[in-house]
Ligand binder design. Sequence first.
Ligand code: 13P
Length: 252
Amino acid sequence: MTPGIRPLIAGNWKMNGSWRGSRRLADAVRDAAPALDCSLLVCPPFLHVQAVAATLLGSPVAVGGQDCHAKPSGAHTGDIGAPMLRDAGATHVLLGHSERRADHGESSALVFAKCEAALAAGLTPVVCVGETEAQRDAGHAEAVVGQQLSESLPLGFITAGGIIAYEPVWAIGTGRTPTEADIAAMHAHMRRRLVLAFGPTAELTRLLYGGSVKPSNAAAILALPDVDGALVGGASLVADDFIAIAQAVPRG
Ligand code: 13P
């Protein structure tokens, strides 16, 4: 936790669920929200954003997309523009997730352009960064993440409340996590980089950790300095687990 930052627990539902299932999951998070001492965000698949946003209207739970195109509209078959997400009720968008980088060859330059599109549409970008296992083993984790940060974030990202999620690629969906010391070191590194690049406003930028967060490890991870929340994949598909992770946020 960072003093002065309200922690955020975000769920990335990835390519899972029916719209009924998404609504049920959203209902459960909405019902639990008033008793939770953190901000909450759920990121359903595009097709379910509107239904989930309607379910969550008037609740403190925010809705995000999992990606957007770098252009607001046009001849881009199969893509979704940031203004469409906004129109459907989203307030946030995940960008540069390692699955997008791997499955769709997304570069940090493209993530930068998508970030600009998100900001122009009034969406809060959540930019994902993280090293592969080979990069960590070679001792390059901080350099890789530092480069991703410097190439992915446009001017205005920090003042608009942009969020960073550190997700080591090798920890996603594997049940493995870095040591608490490694997570803390990476988050301190990211904070330093951001403050150097953007100035003291970045002291209040939310830095989330993602990668195999579950109810059993959430309290220890969320208590680390400069860890201002979590981006949860698999465990966010089970309402009780997602809520248990949010309950593990240390009381400020
Ligand atoms: P898991 O929590 O399933 O490891 O996924 C993390 C993730 O990729 C969130 O964006």
